[in-house]
Design a protein around this ligand. Structure first.
Ligand SMILES: Nc1nc2c(ncn2[C@@H]2O[C@H](COP(=O)(O)OP(=O)(O)OP(=O)(O)O)[C@@H](O)[C@H]2O)c(=O)[nH]1
Ligand SMILES: [Mg+2]
Length: 382
């Protein structure tokens, strides 16, 4: 199929054309960039939700249920599972298909697994472009599942509007150990496998760590109260459900309003939340924690509600637009990096400098810094 035909079918809503387009992007064919380019004007509408967490936490099971719930709310759902193979559940691509059988029969759901390519930037570039295609195709919600191990969880934050971190009971000290990484990225937390012992304790531990982070400067409140202030002025006030949630989050407020808390910024944010009278731009978000039993479809409705509230929060406070800027900047940086690296490697390679300098560094006749200086001087003129 040529690209013109493909694009035409894509724009007519042909799912096979979408599948083909994703394959091109995944394989990095020369037409891939053209596809993203041609469909880009139709993007920027979907709510992109990242679901991440440790291997075997039940992410895929949960994604299936979450997708079904969004369908009940009348939304179409695109799903991308990135590198789903983990030693816990093994052979996961096939497994995911089995776990997601219910939703896969539904034409309002499209699911695709992307294998890890193992080369620099490969996962993120392909995943970002696949999300872009799904967005252009018109899905209301796009769910990206990644295993929270190292880089991928940070990458997902750069991709998603709402990041849902899935944890499981009985992690004990593990929660402490991972808090720096995983607690900072979550907009919504799910304690899955809540049918197991210790779920309430895990919820409590996460809540406690979120509270600690939320109050301190440089803590997990990654949306400073002044960011985007005014952007949402005149917009609608948060809905009743969202306000209820904000109320729940406002339990430090008395002490903060009295000026005894150590962070005046979060104090004012809490006050605004409690009263609901301040500029909507001043409202901050305290990540909610909910229990789920994905395998029995329990707690999923509430989790999806939290996700929708987060979307509402982003829109009402102007952060939705801020995220678009952040994503654009990240995308440009990513593409520039990838291209410049490729150009430099090609030039240094074909001139024989790469091999010569590699040998020189290996036998210690030069050091890596001097070698790179030489490459840049010669091939970049600096
Ligand atoms: N007890 C219990 N088991 C669950 C629950 N949700 C999922 N599981 C089981 O946990 C196992 C792993 O589920 P997956 O959905 O594949 O987990 P995952 O996080 O996607 O796994 P990877 O993608 O391989 O990291 C499966 O056997 C599920 O049936 C739950 O709420 N309770
Ligand atoms: Mg999975």
């Amino acid at each position: 199929m040529d690209i013109t035909t493909l694009l035409e079918r894509f724009k007519n809503g042909d799912r096979r054309a979408l599948a083909r387009a994703i394959t091109w992007v995944e394989n990095g064919t020369p037409e891939a960039a053209e596809l993203v380019r041609a469909t880009f004007p139709d993007t920027g509408r979907a709510h992109v939700i990242g679901i991440t967490g440790p291997p075997g936490a039940g992410k895929s099971t949960l994604v299936d249920r979450v997708a079904a719930r969004f369908r009940k709310l009348g939304k179409s759902v695109g799903i991308v599972a990135v590198d789903p193979t983990s030693p816990f559940s093994g052979g996961a691509i096939l497994g995911d298909r089995i776990r997601m059988q219910r939703t896969l029969a539904d034409p309002g759901v499209f699911m695709r697994s992307l294998a890890s390519r193992g080369h620099l930037g490969g996962i993120s570039i392909a995943t970002g472009d696949v999300v872009s295609l799904l967005d252009a195709f018109g899905f209301d919600v796009i769910i990206v599942e990644t295993v929270g191990a190292g880089q991928s969880e940070v990458e997902i934050m750069g991709l998603a509007h709402t990041t849902c971190v899935v944890l499981i009971p009985g992690m004990g000290d593990d929660v402490q150990a991972i808090k720096a990484g995983i607690l900072e990225i979550g907009d919504v937390f799910g304690v899955n496998k809540a049918d197991r012992d210790g779920a309430d304790r895990t919820v409590m531990e996460i809540e406690m760590m979120l509270d600690l982070g939320h109050m301190g400067e440089g803590g997990i409140n990654r949306w400073p109260a002044d960011a985007g202030a005014g952007a949402g002025a005149g917009g609608p006030q948060p809905g009743a459900a969202a306000m209820q949630r904000l109320d729940r989050a406002g339990h430090h407020s008395a002490e903060e309003a009295a000026g005894t808390a150590d962070s005046p910024r979060s104090a004012s944010a809490h006050a605004a939340e409690r009263h609901g009278t301040a500029n909507p731009g001043d409202i901050s978000w305290r990540p909610p924690v909910t229990k789920t039993v994905a395998k029995d479809d329990q707690g999923v409705e509430a989790l999806v509600e939290r996700m929708n509230e987060h979307l509402q929060f982003l829109r009402e406070t102007g952060r939705w637009e801020q995220l678009k800027h952040r994503d654009a900047a990240a995308k440009l940086r990513e593409l520039i990096t990838a291209r410049v690296v490729r150009i430099m490697m090609e030039r240094a390679g074909s001139a024989g400098d790469l091999e010569r300098l590699t040998n020189a560094v290996a036998d210690r006749s030069t050091d890596p810094y001097s070698a790179v200086d030489e490459v840049l001087r010669k091939h970049l003129g600096r």
